[in-house]
Write a protein that binds this ligand. Structure first.
Ligand code: AQP
Length: 338
């Protein structure tokens, strides 16, 4: 265990690899905004270097990066309170990642479920970057000595690997330099599931647009997607126990709870006994009331790209005040002259 007391610092990132969806909002963005209010220094990152581990069209990547920045701000991240950055504008992320590529073991990477899911049966054709993704993620976090990382459930394994990399570096070099970061996976919606299949997570890369609610969807589209969401024929139960073995029903109740800042029990006390014909329109109305203002704000911000670029340039400057000394010290520990 690390014995040094590290100052609390929060880091988290999102890939600019497509439209933001309800899973990203409830599992990440909404919780970042809540964390920001707790007064801990926070760094939020558009991880464009991660996005290119699978093919991206250059113009789409630029648009998605700016749109993601707008999404962060529209969800409540204030660039005056938190540091907002684009990963490639802070070169120390990639520089530390190289060191970690030399610390992490091939076997560790090969066991990552995201690697197995994304590379599939055709691992030979996958990029080396996709394989090394978790080492870059560890660098993103540890280049800030971040102590807490709010993420969705799907990132738990990568965060365990981040701790393994920090521990191995500290052990190999006989130092107590990198913190053992704590994953923060909390709330009713740490794993929002596909609206078409309650066993799969809601994801940007799902080929079915009906599987997810995008932050750019209008009210009619949101209502239609919830109306068509897969469910079972039974009424909603009055207690959480009744959601066992009903993944689609549980998912919709979780979404309702997270959007309304209630517990599952509070939601079921309100809606228990309702048929989906009644519950789904209420859920759609709630989602529109919460997401509508965010969508509108994103559109307003996207109209001024220069301002977005200015925010990111300033964020990179602030970030480098933290990352440059940590990289310098890492190089010294490793034995690099300079
Ligand atoms: N379904 C989800 N439920 C809760 N949280 C989620 N997150 C993603 N999907 C869900 C959280 O959002 C943050 C950013 O995710 P990301 O875009 O960097 O990575 P991702 O997991 O690769 O997102 P997608 O949508 O699933 O993209 P693809 O389809 O490309 O893999 C993270 O905190 C993540 O936990």
């Amino acid at each position: 265990m690390s014995e040094t007391q590290f100052t609390p610092r929060v880091f988290s990132g999102i890939q600019p690899s497509g439209d933001l969806h309800l899973g990203n909002y409830l599992g990440a963005l909404k919780r970042f905004a809540d964390a920001q209010e707790q007064g801990v220094q926070s760094i939020y990152c558009m991880v464009d270097l991660h996005a290119i581990t699978v093919p991206q069209k250059p113009d789409d990547l630029k648009r998605s990066t700016r749109e993601l920045c707008a999404g962060f701000i529209a969800s409540g991240i204030d660039p005056e309170k938190s540091i907002l950055i684009n990963q490639s504008q802070v070169p120390e992320h990639a520089q530390l990642a190289w060191i970690f590529n030399c610390v992490a073991r091939m076997g560790w990477m090969g066991r990552m479920t995201q690697w197995k899911d994304k590379a599939g049966k055709n691992a030979e054709a996958a990029s080396l970057g996709l394989f090394a993704y978790p080492a870059l993620m560890a660098a993103d976090i540890l280049i800030y000595h971040a102590t807490h990382v709010p993420v969705g459930e799907d990132q738990k394994q990568h965060l365990e690997l981040t701790r393994d990399i920090a521990a191995k570096f500290n052990h190999d070099y006989g130092v107590d330099f990198f913190p053992l970061t704590e994953p923060v996976i909390e709330g009713a919606a740490t794993r929002v599931m596909s609206l078409r299949d309650g066993s799969k997570k809601m994801s940007k890369s799902d080929p079915s647009p009906a599987s997810r609610i995008n932050l750019t969807d209008d009210a009619d589209t949101i209502a239609k997607k919830f109306r068509k969401a897969k469910t079972d024929p039974d009424a909603l139960p009055s207690e959480a126990e009744g959601l066992k073995d009903r993944p689609e029903a549980r998912n919709l109740v979780n979404i309702y709870a997270a959007l309304s800042d209630q517990t599952i029990d509070q939601v079921l006390a309100e809606v228990g006994g309702q048929q989906f014909g009644t519950f789904k329109p209420a859920l759609a109305e709630l989602a529109v009331s919460k997401l509508g203002p965010i969508t509108a704000e994103m559109q307003r911000l996207m109209a001024d790209e220069t301002e977005i670029d200015r925010i990111l340039a300033r964020g990179a400057e602030q970030a480098r005040e933290i990352t440059a000394p940590i990289l310098k010290r890492t190089y010294e520990i490793v034995g690099m002259v300079g």
